[in-house]
Design a protein around this ligand. Structure first.
Ligand code: ME8
Length: 516
C-alpha cells in the first residue's frame, strides 16, 4: 500500500441518490467527513473533500417518471437541494460531483474501455425472472411459491438478455490478501470481518451493463451503444473522476491509468455507511485492480441511524430532516448531536429527548464556561490578562485533552475526541468552583492568584475553541470573537498565543436556552 503523505488528504462521502431528500443519515456521513477535513486543514494539511450526487439508473428514472418530469430535471433540482443543505449545515466540501457531468461520463467510458482492453470484460446471456412493472430481476427466493414479484405482486417473466460482465472472480485472492495484509484498510474491524466472511464464498463476476431498451438513463458503454453502464460501476468511478487522475481526452497510453502521480488518487479515506460496504470493499477495489490502479487507502463504514427503535423510512413518515433541526437549533448543534452521539462504527438512535440532552450538554458545560470566564475576565481584569501571567492551573487537563483529541481523530473516533474536549470544559468548570475567583476578587493580596486562575481558564477556553472548530465552526468563531479574535486559532496557536493579546468581553450565551 502506498504511504499517505502527511500533508495531503483526499476524503470522500458517498454520492447520494438524486431521488430523495437529504436526511440525518446523509448528514451524518457528510459531517464526519467535514470534521475530519476541517481537522486536517487546521493542522496545515492540503485537503480535498469530495461529495456529490448519484444521478443515473433505475431509481432516478423511476422517480422522475413518478413526478412526471425528465430525469435530468429531477437531477438538477436534487443536486441543488443537496448543495443548499450542505451550505446550510456548514459543509466545507471542495468539490460537489454529479455523475451526469460530461467529464465523469468520459472517465467512466475510458475506465470501462480500459477493463475491456485488459481482457476483464466479456459478454454473456443473462437469464432470470424479470418484472416489467418493477423493471428489475428477482431471484427465485425473492419470488416465493407464487412466482409473483414481492413488491407489487405482479407476474414475472423468464427473460434472457445480453449483459457485459467484469471478471471480478479473477481478483478474489488478491483482494483477500490485501485485506489480510492491511488490517486497518476497513474500519471498524467488524466490518472487515464481514467482508472477509463474504469472500469465503466464491466471488461471482459482476454484471456491469443494462440493455438500453430497458434502462435508458445511464452512460453508454464505449464498445456497445445499446447497453448502459450499471449504476454502481458508474457511481464508484466518481471518486476517480474527481481525483483528476484520468484524462480521457488524451490517447489511451497517456490517459493516466499507468501513473496517478500529481493527482489526488488514491483516496485516503472513503466514508460510507455499512449498507454500501460490499460495493466499496469488494466491487470497487477489484474494478481498480482490473484497471491497474492503486486502491483507496482506507474505508470507514459507519453504523446506522434509527429513529427511536425504528428504521427511518419515507413510508413510515419518520425521516428526520436535518434542516428542520438546523432551523430550530442552528447547524452546529445538529453537527454536535450526530457526531457526539454515534460512536464511530456503531448504530445510534435519534430521539428528540436525546437531541435535547446533547444540546443541554453544550449549553450547561461549554456555554456556561464561556459565559463565566469571559464575564469574569471582563469584570475582574478589565478584559486583559497581564503579560507576566502564565495561567498554568489546568495544564495537566489540557495535555490530556490534547492527547486524546489527536489520538481519537487519527483513529477516526470523532465522538471520543468530542467527549475528551467536553471533559476539559467540565474540568475547567470544576476549577471555577474550587478556585472561586469571585472570592479571590474580594480579598486583598490575591490579585496575582486571581489573574493566574482566570488566565488558566482563558487558555482552556481558547483551546476548546480550536479543538471543537471541526465540529462547530460557526459557534467557535462566535466564541473567539468574544476574546477579540476574528479567526479561530489552530490548536498549536491556541497553546502558544500570549493571553495578554486577547481583548475579552462578556460573551452572549453561545447556546441559548430552548423554551419547551
Ligand atoms: O447508496 N444511517 O446513496 P444513498 C446512517 N448512491 N447513514 C445513512 C442512513 C442511516 N439511516 N441512511 C443513509 C447510495 N445514510 C449510493 C452511493 S457511492 C459511490 C453511491 C448514508 O442516497 C450512509 O452514508 O442511499 C449511506 O451509505 C448513504 O447515506 C447511502 O446514501
Amino acid at each position: 500500500m502506498s504511504q499517505p503523505t502527511a500533508s495531503r488528504r483526499y476524503l470522500t462521502t458517498p454520492i447520494y441518490y438524486a431521488s430523495g431528500e437529504p436526511h440525518i443519515g446523509h448528514a451524518y456521513t457528510t459531517f464526519l467527513a467535514d470534521a475530519l477535513a476541517r481537522y486536517h486543514r487546521q493542522a496545515g494539511g492540503d485537503v480535498f473533500f469530495l461529495t456529490g450526487t448519484d444521478e443515473h439508473g433505475q431509481k432516478i428514472q423511476e422517480e422522475a417518471r413518478r413526478r412526471g418530469i425528465a430525469p435530468m430535471e429531477l437531477c438538477d433540482a436534487m443536486a441543488e437541494r443537496f448543495q443548499e443543505a450542505w451550505g446550510d449545515l456548514g459543509i466545507s466540501y471542495d468539490r460537489f460531483i454529479r455523475t451526469t457531468e460530461p467529464e465523469h461520463q468520459a472517465v467512466v467510458q475510458a475506465f470501462v474501455q480500459r477493463l475491456m482492453d485488459r481482457g476483464y470484460i466479456y459478454d454473456a446471456e443473462y437469464e432470470g425472472w424479470y418484472s416489467v412493472h418493477e423493471e428489475r430481476f428477482f431471484t427465485e427466493k425473492e419470488l416465493g411459491p407464487n412466482r409473483t414479484d414481492p413488491i407489487a405482486g405482479r407476474p414475472v417473466e423468464r427473460i434472457r438478455e445480453k449483459n457485459y460482465f467484469f471478471r471480478m472472480s479473477a481478483f478474489q485472492d488478491d483482494l483477500i490478501q490485501h485485506i489480510q495484509e492491511n488490517p486497518e484498510w476497513i474500519f471498524p474491524e467488524k466490518r472487515r470481518n464481514e467482508v472477509l466472511g463474504f469472500l469465503q464464498n466464491p466471488l461471482s463476476d459482476l454484471s456491469i451493463s443494462r440493455p438500453r431498451s430497458r434502462l435508458a438513463w445511464g452512460i453508454p458503454l464505449p464498445f456497445d451503444e445499446e447497453h448502459v453502464t450499471y449504476v454502481w460501476v458508474d457511481a464508484l468511478i466518481n471518486y476517480l473522476t474527481a481525483s483528476g487522475a484520468i484524462d480521457p481526452g488524451k490517447p489511451p497510453e497517456q490517459q493516466g491509468f499507468d501513473d496517478v502521480e500529481g493527482s489526488w488518487w488514491p483516496a485516503d479515506l472513503h466514508l460510507i455507511g455499512k449498507d454500501i460496504l460490499t460495493t466499496h470493499a469488494v466491487y470497487w477495489p477489484t474494478l481498480l485492480m482490473g484497471a491497474g490502479l492503486p486502491l483507496p487507502r482506507r474505508i470507514l463504514a459507519h453504523g446506522w441511524w434509527v429513529v427511536g427503535e425504528t428504521k427511518m423510512s419515507k413510508s413510515l413518515g419518520n425521516v428526520v430532516d436535518p434542516l428542520a433541526l438546523q432551523g430550530e437549533f442552528g447547524s452546529d448543534a445538529v453537527r454536535w448531536f450526530l457526531l457526539r452521539e454515534m460512536p464511530t462504527g456503531e448504530d445510534a438512535s435519534y430521539t428528540p429527548e436525546r437531541f435535547l440532552t446533547r444540546y443541554e450538554e453544550l449549553a450547561n458545560v461549554l456555554g456556561n464556561l464561556s459565559s463565566r470566564v469571559t464575564s469574569m475576565v471582563a469584570r475582574y481584569q478589565n478584559g486583559r490578562i497581564p503579560s507576566e501571567v502564565n495561567g498554568r492551573g489546568l495544564e495537566n487537563q489540557i495535555t490530556t485533552a490534547l492527547d486524546q483529541v489527536h489520538t481519537s481523530m487519527h483513529s477516526l473516533r470523532v465522538n471520543e475526541a468530542l467527549a475528551a474536549a467536553m471533559e476539559l470544559a467540565r474540568a475547567a468548570n470544576g476549577y471555577v468552583e474550587t478556585e472561586e475567583p469571585w472570592s479571590l476578587a474580594r480579598q486583598d493580596g490575591k490579585e496575582d492568584e486571581l489573574a493566574e486562575t482566570l488566565a488558566s481558564l482563558l487558555r482552556s477556553l481558547l483551546l476548546l475553541a480550536a479543538l471543537l472548530l471541526p465540529v462547530m465552526p460557526g459557534k467557535m468563531k462566535e466564541l473567539v470573537s468574544s476574546l477579540g479574535l476574528s479567526q479561530v486559532p489552530t490548536i498549536e496557536e491556541a497553546q502558544r498565543l500570549p493571553l495578554h493579546q486577547l481583548a475579552v468581553e462578556k460573551a452572549p450565551p453561545l447556546f441559548p436556552r430552548i423554551e419547551d
